[in-house]
Design a protein around this ligand. Structure first.
Ligand SMILES: *Cc1c(COP(=O)(O)O)cnc(C)c1O
Length: 379
């Protein structure tokens, strides 16, 4: 007799669809028989500069230790974070990417009797981890593609255990300033934890910029998460962290895997924190590339969502799937975000100037050559 193993999975998992990552370069090369060297990937908000030389040197040096378990406490990395951001090592929880930390937080504080609040169009991992543990996800309709913080406060009930706020948000790039975030936190009951996901905070500049870490003293229910995957250029090595009260960190520490950050990731992350020049260049290249894409979209008559991150979502109309396919055939990988409920948009990560130019060229080729549908936009 055959068993339906699907039915054995816990309820939340049965209905779960997996996270859809950006297509890897080698996969596209295999699928379409393209030369991988000619493919550009602007699909996963990776740092286009390549890794920092300091991180690379640290990784090389750490290679001889691969036979040993990593430092499960991440002593050196916590010291480096602590020195850079003026927080105590006891406030830091390290993760296998911040994704890991987001999952650990959810598992520590929510169960099948809980509600977890997040925004429509917010980072896909929040609904995913919520559903996986059988909690009820409450998706609050967005306002101008961004978090409607007032409505999120309204959505809190007696069962709410967690609220996720991505600032800036992925995939929309929307951001809230200090005043809005503080007024939001003021209205959240102390028994509800707020996760402020600052995966893109390094790219923020100028007035009104919120540094979640500066709010921790005032809001003991706040957990700030950050990552080495984006501006710090270490997406492949999987290192992220949260900063919270030591009490919350202590709880997270019970559930995380004891060796969740490996030796190479620890070494690289520790080293890159000392590479200020790399961070500066990352931000400069990003700011320039953002301008480049914005002006090209303007010339093409395409609407986009102004973004505070290292990516931008552009409205290419109803033919987005065909346009994406054409881009792939031209060796350009971007991210369709229909899965986020944004079927007309493509999310493009900011690349090097020549990569951005190639994307723009491929996009205008796609827009110009594809047959128009009746309701599609004219070119
Ligand atoms: C990329 C991203 C993360 C996590 O990335 P990790 O590589 O797991 O650290 C978290 N939140 C948002 C909003 C992101 O875009």
């Amino acid at each position: 007799m055959s068993i339906d193993y699907q039915s054995l999975a816990v309820k939340g998992v049965q209905a779960l669809s997996p996270y859809q990552p950006g297509k890897p370069i080698d996969e596209l090369a295999r699928e379409l028989g393209l030369n991988p060297d000619g493919i550009i990937k602007l699909a996963s908000n990776e740092n286009p500069l390549g890794p920092s030389p300091k991180a690379l040197a640290a990784v090389r040096e750490a290679l001889d230790e691969l036979c040993r378990y990593p430092d499960g406490n991440g002593f050196e990395l916590k010291q480096a974070l602590s020195a850079r951001f003026a927080v105590k090592p006891s406030q830091i929880t390290l993760g296998n990417g911040s994704n890991d930390v987001l999952e650990v937080i959810t598992r520590c504080f929510a169960d099948s009797s809980s509600e977890v609040v997040f925004s429509q169009y917010a980072f896909a991992v929040y609904p995913l981890v919520t559903q996986a543990i059988g909690a009820k996800g409450v998706s609050v309709p967005a306002k101008d593609y961004g978090h409607d913080l007032d409505a999120m406060v309204e959505a809190i009930t007696d069962r709410t255990k967690l609220v996720f706020v991505a600032n800036p948000n992925n995939p929309t790039g929307t951001v809230h300033g200090a005043e809005a975030i503080e007024s939001f936190l003021d209205r959240i009951p102390a028994r509800v934890l707020v996760v402020l996901d600052e995966a893109y905070c390094e790219y923020l500049q100028g007035e009104g910029y919120v540094d979640g870490l500066s709010l921790l003293e005032r809001y003991p229910n706040l957990i700030v998460t950050r990552t080495f995957s984006k501006a710090w250029g270490l997406a492949s090595l999987r290192a992220g962290y949260s900063v919270s009260s030591p009490e919350i960190a202590n709880i997270l520490n019970r559930v995380r895997q004891p060796f969740n950050v490996d030796t190479l990731a620890l070494a690289a992350a520790t080293a890159v924190l000392g590479d200020e020049e790399y961070l500066q260049r990352s931000c400069e290249v990003n700011a320039q590339g953002m301008k480049q894409l914005e002006s090209s979209f303007g010339e093409m008559g395409l609407e986009y969502i102004p973004s505070a991150g290292n990516f931008i979502a552009v409205d290419v109309g109803e033919r987005a799937p065909e346009i994406n396919q054409s881009l792939l055939e031209q060796g350009v990988i971007v991210r369709p975000i229909a899965g986020y409920g944004m079927p007309r948009h493509l999310r493009v990560s900011i690349g090097l100037p020549e990569e951005n130019a190639r994307f723009v060229e491929a996009l205008s080729h796609a827009l110009g050559t594809l047959p128009e549908t009746e309701s599609g936009r004219g070119v």
